[in-house]
Design a protein around this ligand. Sequence first.
Ligand SMILES: [Zn+2]
Length: 377
Amino acid sequence: MTSQMTVHVEDTEAHRIAARIVTPLGKAALVTTASNYDLDHSATPWLPPMLVAGMRKNWSIAFDSPVDSTALRGASAAQEVFLDWYPRRFRRVSVSAEPSDTLSASRGVGCFFSGGVDSFYSAITQSDRITHLIFVHGFDIAAGNEDLAGRALASARDAAAELGKPLIEVKTTLRSAFGDRLSLDWGYDFHGAALAHVGLALSGHLSTVLIPSSNSRWDQVIWGSHPDLDPLWSSGSVTVEHDALDEDRLGKIRRLATDETALQHLRVCWENRDGRFNCGVCVKCIRTKIGLAAAGAQSAALPGPIDLSAVRSSTLTNRDCHHLRNGLAAMAEAGVTDDGVVAAVDVAIRRRHWRRATSYLRRARSISIGLIRRRVS
Ligand SMILES: [Zn+2]
């Protein structure tokens, strides 16, 4: 038998929505989302994040107010996607809510806009359709980091003004007061549903919301925002689209290299070492600098040469190695190969292989010692 999580939508003012969520762990969480635009006060925006949490924890979900019927059908299909991806990590759960049919007269097209490569690319290439850009504080910038959030918001406001789009500003505790407290994995499990929450909450203004892709259609990985998953979060009022599958990251950077606004305001860093907007030394900053070098561009947001000692000492994942190799190949293709960068990337990739080999050896050694001990005893 599964335990139940209950979701109660609080009565709040127009620009703020809140839900009181009681989990089987006992404690209630009050989650709030606020904006400079008025928000959807139904239970519908809360469905995607609650579904992910329920499936990860094996809790059924009960809403005490109606949820849009299209969104409920989509959530049922989203369960199939998660179960297909993670037959053991996710569980099928029941969702109880009175279905409602909502139709909205909104015509707007919103696009999530963090200021990164993916969001700038969608904002520029879909500019004809897009009526609003959406900046969220509380997702990639931690809820308590007001200084960095303030600088990121100021930069997003300037960029939106230059791109000629009004900026919808959203601040939410969905990640800090709920997702993180339940240890939901932000990247793999939760962030797409969290973006959908914000998109559905803007039903009074938008009929479509674009989630800029992280990967091209040729480079798909299982990830919390995915072309098979994002559209399933749509409601009768708001269609959620996963945008820009035809271009990989280097192709996107090549496009941004021709856009002054993007070069001025690009924000790619999630580590923000020393509180810097783009730290310049994390793998994501380094990857972007390599992409810009291949495109023959300089960005005021990522100034200076590539820091070779930072490259050499990087701790890489498999995907980082893949992206760095692609970046170097693009530099070679563009005829701007930098031997120092090639050698530094080579050191970092060899260090990764060495680390993996020694960890296998350590594991093999501890297993054989265990076997010998068992035989002796
Ligand atoms: Zn960085």
